[in-house]
Design a protein around this ligand. Structure first.
Ligand code: GLA
Length: 383
C-alpha cells in the first residue's frame, strides 16, 4: 500500500509528540511516451503516480530547517541564512531548492519536520524531483507563498542543475508539480503549456522495475544532450523540436552516423508523442500501445539508452495478451519500464511478467499497477 497522511502524522508524532501543522506530498512519475525529448524543447506525456515524498512539518521561530528522514534514520539541519553546498546526500535537494527559491526572491521561514517516501531511489521514477517539489510545497506552506506549478518546477530544475549538479530537463519537476488524478499530462517543454489527457476506461498503468541500477547514467545523459545540441546546430534550429521528418530526411545524410541516429530518435519520438495523445483521446488503446513499443525500439537502437534488463522486461511484458504496449521509462540504462494493460487482467499480468523476467535474467523485479494522481499538494493544514 502506498503511504498516506496517517503514516506521516504518526512519524511526526513520534518525533515531536503532537500532530504536524502541515502535511505535504509530491509524487514521483512514470512517462508513458516522449523520452529524452524534454531538453530538446519537445513533447512528453508523463503521469504523476501514487508513490510520493511526504513531509510533515511545523514552523520554527528561527531560520533553521531541521528534518528527520524516516527512511535514512538520520537528522539533518541547515540555516536559510547560510546555505553551503555539502556536495552529497538527500539534504542537498532541500538546501538546493531553498537556495533557488531564495534566489527567485521568495522569503522563507524556518521549520522542522519528518520526511518519508515510497518512490524507489534511482529507479527512474523521479524521486529527486519529488523531493524538490515536496520541499517547495513545504516552504510555500510555512512561508505563505502561492503554488505556481511551472515556476516551482523551474526552480526545482534549477536546484538540480546548479546545486546538485545533474543536468536534467523540466519533465520530472513539472509533472510532480502539476499532475492531475486520472490523467497523463501532455507537456510542451518549450512553452511549458500543459494539457491533461484522460486515461481510457479499463486501462491500467504498470511499473516494471528491473531491479537493476546503472552507474554512468549522468555522463551518458550529458553526452546525449551534447549530441542533440550538435544536431540542432547542424540543422540550424534552436532545438531538435524544430526539425520534422521531412527536414531530417533532406539533410541528415551529411551528419555523423551516431548524431544522426540520436536526432532521428528525437524527431520521431516527438511525433509519436503527439500521435499517442490523439490515440488516447479517441480511446484507441491498441494504437497507443504500438507507439510505446516503437518508442522502446527507437530508444534501444537509435538513442542507445536501454539495457539488457530493460529489453528483457519489455519483451516479457509483450508476450502477455493483456499488454497493449511497454517501453523503458526515464533516463534509461536500468531502472523501470512501463506497460499499459487491460485493467481486469492486472494480477495475472504482474504474476506472469515477474516470473518470466526472473527466470530469464535472474533478477527479482518489483512490478505493480499505479494510479495517476494529483501533483504536489498540501494534504493537511492551510494551503
Ligand atoms: C530524466 C530527466 C528528465 C528527462 C528524462 C528522459 O528523468 O530528469 O528531464 O530528460 O530523463 O526523458
Amino acid at each position: 500500500m502506498p503511504l498516506d497522511k496517517h503514516d506521516v502524522a504518526e512519524h511526526f508524532a513520534r518525533q515531536f509528540h503532537q500532530p504536524p501543522r502541515w502535511i505535504v506530498r509530491a509524487p514521483g512519475r512514470v512517462n508513458l511516451i516522449g523520452e529524452h525529448t524534454d531538453y530538446n524543447d519537445g513533447f512528453v506525456l508523463p503521469l504523476a503516480i501514487d508513490r510520493a515524498i511526504w513531509i510533515g512539518l511545523r514552523p520554527r521561530d528561527d531560520r533553521r530547517v531541521v528534518i528527520h528522514s524516516v527512511d535514512y534514520g538520520e537528522v539533518q539541519e541547515f540555516s536559510l541564512d547560510d546555505l553551503t553546498n555539502g556536495k552529497e546526500g538527500w539534504v542537498e535537494y532541500l538546501k538546493g531548492t531553498s537556495w533557488s527559491l531564495q534566489e527567485a526572491g521568495h522569503k522563507l521561514s524556518g521549520w522542522e519536520g519528518v520526511l518519508v517516501g515510497d518512490v524507489p531511489l534511482g529507479a527512474g521514477l523521479a524521486s529527486s524531483a519529488a523531493l524538490e517539489m515536496a520541499t517547495a510545497r513545504a516552504m510555500g506552506a510555512v512561508s505563505g507563498f502561492d503554488w505556481q506549478p511551472a515556476e516551482m518546477a523551474k526552480l526545482g530544475q534549477r536546484a538540480e542543475n546548479q546545486w546538485v549538479g545533474v543536468n536534467c530537463g523540466i519533465m520530472d519537476q513539472l509533472v510532480s508539480a502539476a499532475g492531475r488524478a486520472g490523467h497523463a499530462l501532455l507537456i510542451d517543454c518549450r512553452s511549458l503549456e500543459i494539457q491533461p489527457v484522460p486515461f481510457p476506461e479499463g486501462v491500467a498503468v504498470v511499473v516494471l522495475d528491473t531491479s537493476t541500477r546503472r552507474g554512468l547514467v549522468d555522463s551518458q545523459y550529458n553526452q546525449r544532450r551534447a549530441q542533440c545540441a550538435a544536431a540542432a546546430e547542424f540543422f540550424n534550429v534552436k532545438a531538435l523540436r524544430d526539425v520534422d521528418l521531412d527536414l531530417f530526411q533532406q539533410l541528415a545524410s551529411d551528419l555523423d552516423d551516431t548524431v544522426q541516429r540520436r536526432a532521428l530518435h528525437v524527431v520521431t519520438e516527438n511525433d509519436r508523442t503527439l500521435q499517442a495523445v490523439e490515440a488516447m483521446r479517441r480511446g484507441e488503446t491498441c494504437a497507443l500501445g504500438v507507439l510505446m513499443y516503437k518508442s522502446h525500439v527507437s530508444l534501444r537502437d537509435d538513442y542507445e539508452v536501454s539495457s539488457e534488463a530493460l529489453n528483457a522486461m519489455v519483451e516479457v511484458a509483450r508476450t502477455h495478451p493483456a499488454c497493449f504496449g511497454a517501453r523503458m521509462t526515464g533516463a534509461g540504462f536500468g531502472g523501470c519500464a512501463v506497460a499499459l494493460i487491460e485493467a481486469r487482467a492486472a494480477d495475472d499480468f504482474v504474476q506472469h511478467t515477474a516470473a518470466a523476467y526472473q527466470q530469464q535474467t535472474g533478477h527479482a523485479p518489483a512490478i505493480y499497477a499505479c494510479q495517476a494522481t494529483d501533483g504536489a499538494q498540501v494534504v493537511q493544514g492551510d494551503d
